[in-house]
Every structure is written in structure tokens, then in C-alpha cells.
Design a protein around this ligand. Structure first.
Ligand SMILES: [Zn+2]
Length: 314
């Protein structure tokens, strides 16, 4: 497994694999964009490998299916993987599944992971493995589970299916109910230092701006226009702010979120450098947090941006 800067997590996981004592529920936690999801996918590959190779032999039919699905998941090419259930006229998104019959990946649907998703996973997890000796379910952004979904998952974890392993991945484990946390074996992932960050991306140019997140830095490299928009906005000139708001409104969810997460870093930088005071910093950060939570729910971002403009203007 190629997991840079996470020597401790890697060692813990390797020990479990080698001893063949993998807990039925694992929780990977730590800041976003530092390799937790990649580690979960690699771990799954190892657990499912037909040659019992700790991180997967890469050659057996199970590993070949896992290589394929991992690639698509990380590129977010989800169209061919999305599994839905039909309930009357309602189409409910459940999870992502490729050609491997014993593996599912559960990302949030819209703003949350919903109870329908957990119910579907429960059914999946109590059935017999079809290709491998075991099955794996990954919940990505597990902190976004609704309370009903978390309660349903708790029931499963209380009577863990013998052959299924769950891996929960989260940036904020505090958002999960303590009852769920206590049923998981927790593995901490640490923030990347500048050197490791630079080894992964080729340079450390975006280290501060991305808050050390490789995922965010990659998104920024792909969409440099978002950074220019943030800079335009920070000029606080009404006409330029208006143009940014208009452009932001037409962007996809990921673009919008990237914009506000960059704004967050810029506001923090201004605070560190003494350009804005403590109270203003707190109020603006709180507002940005609310906006980021509102984006997947269809919040009007142009109006939201003006509300920050008003706060910054004074
Ligand atoms: Zn294999």
C-alpha cells in the first residue's frame, strides 16, 4: 500500500492484516484529504484478496475488480456504479457497486447518508460472500449519517455479521453518536507535514491554502479559476463582488464548496496576520460553515456571499 505520511496508521492496519484479526468495524478519522479513503479502499482490497495478501496481491479476480472500482471511485466516475432501489415512483440511491459482488461503497446522497442506504447495506452484509471469503462495506463521510441512519447502523454493529467488515471514514468523528463510536476500532490519520505533502503533489505551493489537504490541492490545480474568484471577491469592490456572485451561482456543488473552503483559509490567514479581529473572524467563519452545510441542500450561494460581503465590509 502506498500511503504517505501515515506510518502509524499503516503499521496498525498491517498488524491486523498479518494477524488476520481485523475488527468487524473500523473507523478511520483525521483531517480531510490526507489519505483515509484511499487507505480504506486498499484495506478492503487486502481483506477480499483471494491470495490473502495484506494489501491485495493485485492479480487475483478479486483484486482486479477492486483495482477497477477503486480507480472509478477516486475519479468520482460514479455513473456506472450507482445502485438504486425503486419504491413506487421514488428512486432511492443506495450505494456504489462495481463487478465485485462482496464490496460496496456508501457515499452521502446529497447532504447525508440516509436510513434507506443503511437498510440496503444491512441486507447486503448478512448474505454470504460470493467471490471472496469475506465482504467489505465502506461508509465515506460517515459523520453525515442522519440520526436514523446511525441508529440503524448501530443495530447492525451490535450483531455484527460474521463475514462482513465495515470501515467508517470521517473528518469529524465527534459528529457520530458515541454508541456507534464505541463499537468501532478507531485508527487515527494525522495531518500531512509540508514535506510529505510536497512529495505527493510535486510541490508545496498549495500547502497553506489547502490546509494540508491533498484532495483540496488537487481540486485547486484542476480549477484555478476558483482561486481567482476568491481573490476578486476579497477586493470587496461592489462590481467585482457582483460578478463573482453571478459566476458562483452557475457552478456545480463541488466548485461552490471549493470556493467557500478557500475563502475560509483566506479569512483565517487575514486573522493570523492581524488584518481582521478575533470577533469578526469568529462571525465570518461561523457564517461560512453554515453556507458550506447549506450548499448540498440547494442554498442560494449568491445571497450567501453577499451576507459575507456585508460582514467583511465593516
Ligand atoms: Zn488478490
Amino acid at each position: 500500500m502506498n500511503l504517505k505520511g501515515q506510518a502509524r496508521a499503516k503499521a496498525i492496519l498491517e498488524r491486523m492484516q498479518e494477524a488476520e484479526r481485523i475488527p468487524s468495524a473500523l473507523l478511520f478519522y483525521g483531517p480531510s484529504g490526507i489519505g483515509k479513503t484511499v487507505a480504506a479502499l486498499d484495506m478492503a482490497k487486502g481483506v477480499l484478496c483471494l491470495n490473502s495478501s495484506p494489501w491485495g496481491c493485485g492479480e487475483c479476480p478479486s483484486c482486479r475488480h477492486m483495482n477497477h472500482i477503486t480507480d472509478l471511485i477516486l475519479k468520482e466516475e460514479w455513473d456506472g456504479l450507482s445502485v438504486y432501489s425503486e419504491e413506487g415512483s421514488r428512486k432511492v440511491f443506495l450505494y456504489l457497486m462495481g463487478d465485485h459482488p462482496d464490496f460496496v461503497f456508501v457515499p452521502p446522497h446529497g447532504a447525508s447518508i440516509k436510513i434507506d442506504q443503511v437498510r440496503a447495506v444491512r441486507e447486503f452484509s448478512y448474505s454470504k460472500p460470493a467471490l471472496s471469503h469475506r465482504k467489505v462495506v465502506i461508509f465515506d463521510r460517515a459523520d453525515l449519517m442522519t440520526r436514523e441512519a446511525a441508529n440503524a447502523l448501530l443495530k447492525v454493529l451490535e450483531e455484527p455479521p460474521a463475514e462482513t467488515h465495515f470501515i467508517l471514514v470521517t473528518d469529524t468523528k465527534e459528529a457520530l453518536p458515541p454508541t456507534v463510536l464505541s463499537r468501532t476500532h478507531q485508527v487515527e490519520f494525522l495531518p500531512l507535514d509540508r514535506k510529505t505533502f510536497s512529495e505527493i503533489l510535486g510541490d508545496a505551493e498549495l500547502y497553506e491554502l489547502s490546509g494540508g489537504s491533498v484532495t483540496k490541492a488537487r481540486a485547486l490545480k484542476e480549477r484555478p479559476e476558483v482561486l481567482s474568484m476568491v481573490e476578486e471577491f476579497l477586493s470587496l469592490e461592489p462590481v467585482r463582488v457582483y460578478e463573482v456572485a453571478k459566476k458562483l451561482d452557475t457552478m456545480d456543488t463541488r466548485g461552490k464548496d471549493l470556493f467557500f473552503s478557500l475563502l475560509e483559509e483566506k479569512v483565517y490567514e487575514a486573522f493570523r496576520e492581524g488584518r481582521i479581529g478575533y470577533d469578526d473572524h469568529e462571525v465570518i467563519m461561523q457564517r461560512i460553515l453554515e453556507i458550506r452545510e447549506g450548499i448540498p441542500k440547494g442554498l442560494r450561494v449568491d445571497l450567501a456571499l453577499y451576507s459575507i460581503y456585508t460582514l467583511m465590509e465593516v
